[in-house]
Ligand binder design. Structure first.
Ligand SMILES: [Zn+2]
Length: 94
């Protein structure tokens, strides 16, 4: 069964050393297939709000376990995740 997963990773902020949380969404066509359609959905420092998109070497991002991210209640669910991602991007801007 086709399922979407949310991946979260955390790394220190270059500006304030606070925790930056970065998210990406990926789709798995079934239990054993590899993930496809990986898209970054944003990153933000929880302390200062800086949008640092990657960890700065030598620090490595720590990855949390993927979370099943169903599109229940979202227009176009099951067909396209684009409206969902656009909604997220809009929410981040305000
Ligand atoms: Zn910061």
């Amino acid at each position: 069964m086709r399922k979407q997963y949310l991946h979260l990773s955390a790394y220190p902020c270059d500006t304030c050393a606070g925790p930056v949380v970065a998210g990406s969404l990926a789709v798995r066509e079934n239990e054993i297939s590899k993930e496809t359609d990986v898209r970054q959905v944003g990153a933000i420092c929880l302390s200062c709000g800086d949008r640092q998109s990657t960890a700065t070497a030598p620090v490595r991002a720590r990855h949390l376990l993927p979370i099943a991210w169903d599109l229940v209640g979202v227009a176009g669910a099951g067909h396209s995740t684009t409206p969902f991602v656009e909604a997220l991007n809009r929410a981040e801007r305000y």
